[in-house]
Design a protein around this ligand. Structure first.
Ligand code: B12
Ligand code: SF4
Length: 450
């Protein structure tokens, strides 16, 4: 049986954005779980066209919400060509019924417990409509050979995942539902074996919180130290409270951390399920992390119901004051399956359910205290100011731990921002069309103002 595995892009017309700078781990895990007698071809549409006429029997498509429409379009094309199509990933896991309308079979959740079974069933002509093995153990070593694709990636980064699951349950996030509330681990010896076999020197840990289980993280960092690699990962700011763990992380090659700040407004922070929920606590933690020469890559979200036009300036001040190396400015996105989605849907506040626009950048709902255009423009202006040459130079002396990395990140962010500014008029026109089509119930504050 010949297998084709695809990671679709969001929009095949804007594929040139190349936002994906490392291989898509899920596809390589599937390849690693496939018995060796079945040849596997992997295609990442973000960087290469999909070979629609490839000689294959089974097509596996992996998608999150924003690229689900593209995955469905590809599925239809492949089915027309007589192929069997399987869908998997975040979006089919949350909305399996929807995915089933486009595929022969859907894998709900993780592939580890089910992929070999699915292939066996296919060969025996008894493919099931759905496969689901909730929260499988991650003890078995899966050979992942993604380094071949590295020549295409700008930063030549290899993805690693050591844990799945998250004990928190943030309103806007679906991770808790997909991977479960309990953190499961890949045994440290298997992580180390993978790091060595990959032959790489730069890695990105995809874990939602690399220090979610400090005992495991301690063991992992100690084992990584002799490898002399460089890595980046995601962590919660509470990491900063544990100086010993911080030192171990830095010694093991940690160059940068993605930190989900989400919001720096005092009123919003108080409502979030975060252990650090005061601005001064955040600032102290940031200082501690930067003290170890770690580059901080913050992620902020605009558009919570408490957010006003003043939130943009407040956030920019915070990021500049704390010399944050780089930041992602996201728009709150009501992903299906989350409480945020249910609240906005119930309040008749969704502007569109075309999943293509559920990408953290487009405004797809009516915010509480701003118009959708104010939110979109406020976000873009904040990003523009933060990626201005003046701002980049001003923050530079405080991020000298990894100067080239700092500059590469900021130049890349500046380029992406310029592209968004160039595309804004087209985007704004679509937004006002959506706003006009969907009259929305005014918020309490709007009523009060009126
Ligand atoms: C790394 C990552 C990225 C990287 C991806 C780079 C890369 N090349 O890998 C980057 C930074 C580019 C990225 C971008 C985005 N991301 Co992202 N990302 C992640 C992250 C942290 C890890 C994803 C991952 O690779 N996991 C490891 C793999 C092994 O897990 P997996 O994909 O779930 O795969 C398993 C199963 O789902 C299943 N499976 C998956 N595919 C398939 C296919 C088949 C056929 C089968 C059978 C099974 C199967 O088997 C796999 C093994 O068990 C997740 C958070 C998370 N915890 O998952 C967010 C996450 C997936 N991202 C998210 C979002 C929103 C985005 C963006 C839209 C945001 C943005 N504007 O930046 C963009 C969209 C980019 C795009 N082109 O579509 C959301 C998705 C929400 C949703 N409902 O869609 C998540 C869940 C984060 C969150 N907390 O909300 N992301
Ligand atoms: S946002 Fe982060 S902490 Fe919150 S549920 Fe998602 S993965 Fe967990």
């Amino acid at each position: 049986m010949k297998i084709l595995l695809i990671s679709p892009c969001i929009d095949d017309e804007t594929r040139s954005r190349k936002s994906m700078l490392m291989p898509q781990l899920a596809l390589f895990i599937l390849a690693g779980l496939t018995p060796p007698e079945h040849p596997v071809t992997i295609v990442e549409e973000e960087i290469e066209p999909v070979p629609m006429d490839l000689d294959c029997d089974l097509v596996g498509l992996s998608c999150m919400t924003s690229n689900a429409p593209r995955a469905y379009a590809l599925a239809a094309e492949f089915k027309r060509r007589g192929k069997t199509v399987v869908l998997g990933g975040v979006h089919p896991t949350i909305l399996p019924e929807e995915a089933l309308r486009h595929a022969d079979s859907v894998v709900i959740g993780e592939a580890e417990g089910v992929w070999p079974q699915l292939l066996d069933d296919y060969e025996k002509g008894r493919l099931q409509r759905t496969y689901h093995s909730p929260y499988p153990p991650l003890d078995t070593y899966v050979p992942i050979r993604c380094h071949k694709g590295l020549k295409k990636g700008l930063f030549r980064i290899i993805p690693v995942m050591t844990t799945r699951g998250c004990p928190y349950d943030c309103d806007f996030c679906c991770v808790h539902d997909i991977y479960g509330p309990k953190v499961r681990h890949v045994p440290v010896e298997n992580v180390i074996r993978y790091l060595i076999e990959s032959g790489g020197k730069r890695f990105m840990f995809l874990d939602d919180n690399i220090v979610g289980d400090p005992r495991y993280a301690r063991e992992l960092f100690r084992a990584m130290k002799p490898l002399r690699i460089k890595w980046v990962g995601q962590a919660s700011l509470s990491f900063a409270r544990d100086t010993e763990l911080l030192r171990l992380a830095a010694d093991s090659g940690c160059g940068g951390l993605f930190i989900g700040l989400e919001s720096v407004s005092e009123s919003r922070l108080g409502q979030m399920r975060k252990s650090l929920n005061k601005v001064e606590e955040l600032e102290k933690a940031i200082k501690a992390l930067m003290g170890f020469g770690i580059i901080l890559m913050a992620s902020v979200i605009f558009g919570f119901d408490e957010d006003t036009a003043g939130t943009f300036g407040e956030t920019l001040d915070f990021l500049n004051r704390n010399r944050i190396a780089t930041a992602q400015f996201n728009v709150l996105t009501p992903y299906p399956g989350t409480r945020t989605y249910r609240q906005l849907k119930d309040g008749n506040r969704l502007l569109t359910e075309d999943w293509k626009y559920y990408d953290h950048t487009s405004v797809v709902y009516k915010p509480g205290r701003m118009t959708p255009s104010e939110l979109a423009l406020g976000r873009l202006r904040t990003r523009e100011e933060f990626t201005s040459i003046f701002s980049i130079i001003k923050r530079f002396p405080y991020n000298l731990g990894h100067p080239l990395f700092y500059l590469a990140l900021n130049i890349y962010a500046r380029r992406l921002c310029k592209e968004q500014i160039r595309d804004y008029p087209r985007y704004a026109a679509r937004l006002s069309l959506l706003e006009a089509q969907k009259p929305v119930i005014p918020s309490e504050s709007e009523l009060a103002r009126a």
